[in-house]
Write a protein that binds this ligand. Structure first.
Ligand SMILES: Cc1cc2nc3c(=O)[nH]c(=O)nc-3n(C[C@H](O)[C@H](O)[C@H](O)COP(=O)(O)OP(=O)(O)OC[C@H]3O[C@@H](n4cnc5c(N)ncnc54)[C@H](O)[C@@H]3O)c2cc1C
Ligand code: FES
Length: 338
């Protein structure tokens, strides 16, 4: 049986299906409530039950004390509704509200998506989950004290594993290791989440996403988050790469386009290979946007990828295309000066 939950003070509503916790359902529908471990051990998800009945689920005794239950407190990560509910909870809307953690993790999966692109999945210790906003990134902490940043490619509701898309930089300290010697089950350490590249949900402007290569990673997480939330904002993704094989997951945005009428996908190749038989758009990805839009004054743009692409997009869009400076959001894959 499913029940409806209303969050106060926002008034947001969502449905909790059988076998789901209140937190699982809220995240699935795109409402970001605070959480940490997602298994009743840390207390981060504690909120108040204002109306209705719940099964409190399994949790550690010192996380939810009996007097707190009397006061109406509940752990949303393990509690399941037994009726329609009204709950009081704080919804997270800004990166500063998300705790930054330093955590060990295990490499769960390494899969080559293209000659120079690796999908990496990370598994956290059983008692930990990483709370983040779609589009943020983590920093690996290397043994020699250096850091390397990678954008999170999964949306917050689907957080069993952290997904990353890494491009091999030949001669690169970290990515050489990833492509040559790293193995599944290896242990790494990271800090995160970081960054302000996340969707401004208070806006209803149409959005243009511009990805260069593995700049698709955070944009994938953002779009999956928006689809889960059933947002009706217009969204267009321009994804630029050299040749067809470099659009390493193109079937995914093609599928999104079939499933969501407010989303469209424009792949752009700068150097299509003869065997690609490419009939689509060519050139630089930011130029394709500028060819399609004379006036961006009513839009928001989310751009991610190599610094040259991000800089060219910012300059072109806020210049001749009248995009307001504060409507351009970007993560630029600048490399660290060690
Ligand atoms: C916020 C943020 C998010 C990021 N997210 C991602 C991501 O999701 N996926 C991803 O693949 N990368 C991402 N990066 C880039 C990533 O952090 C590393 O810079 C990159 O993987 C290279 O690391 P490395 O240790 O292999 O190379 P390094 O040892 O740092 O580099 C070796 C040399 O290669 C050259 N070099 C390094 N990087 C580049 C480059 N990008 N282009 C041209 N030359 C370069 C430089 O000359 C450098 O001295 C992100 C960067 C930032 C800042
Ligand atoms: S108790 Fe840790 S997230 Fe619920």
């Amino acid at each position: 049986m499913s029940y409806q939950v209303t969050i106060q003070p926002s008034g947001h509503q969502f449905v909790v299906n059988e076998e789901e916790s209140i937190l699982d359902a809220a995240l699935r529908e795109g409402f970001t409530l605070p959480y940490g471990c997602r298994n009743g051990a840390c207390g981060s998800c504690k909120g108040k039950l204002l109306e209705g009945k719940v099964d409190y689920g399994k949790y550690q005794e010192n996380t939810l004390k009996s007097h707190e239950i009397t006061e109406g407190k509940v752990l949303f990560c393990v509690a399941r509704p037994l009726s329609d509910l009204v709950v009081e909870a704080r919804e997270i809307r800004a990166a500063g509200e998300v705790p930054v953690k330093m955590l060990p993790c295990r490499v769960q999966k390494l899969e080559k998506l293209a000659d120079d692109v690796m999908l990496m999945q990370l598994k956290l210790p059983a008692t930990e989950r990483l709370q983040f906003l779609a589009g943020q990134y983590i920093d690996f902490l290397l043994k020699d004290g250096r850091r390397r940043s990678y954008s999170i490619a999964n949306p917050p509701y689907d957080d069993e594993f952290i997904e990353l898309h890494l491009r091999h930089v030949p001669g690169g300290r970290f990515t050489d290791h990833v492509f040559a010697t790293m193995k599944e089950k290896d242990i790494l350490r990271f800090e995160g989440p970081h960054g302000s590249f996340f969707i401004r949900e208070e806006s209803d402007k149409p959005m243009i996403f511009v990805a260069g290569g593995t700049g698709f990673a955070p944009i994938k997480g953002m779009l999956e988050h928006m689809f889960a939330e059933e947002s009706d904002r217009q969204m267009i993704l321009y994804w630029g790469a050299r040749a067809r094989k470099d659009l390493y997951m193109a079937e995914l945005p093609v599928q999104w386009q079939q499933e969501h009428k407010n989303f469209s996908f424009v792949p752009v190749l700068s150097e299509p290979a003869p065997e690609d038989g490419w009939q689509g758009r060519t050139g630089f990805v930011h130029q394709a946007v500028m060819e399609d839009f004379d006036d961006l004054s009513g839009f928001e743009v989310y751009a991610c990828g190599a610094p040259a692409m991000v800089d060219a997009a910012r300059e072109g869009f806020t210049g001749s295309r009248a995009l307001p400076e504060d409507a351009f959001f970007a993560d630029s894959f600048v490399y660290k000066a060690d």
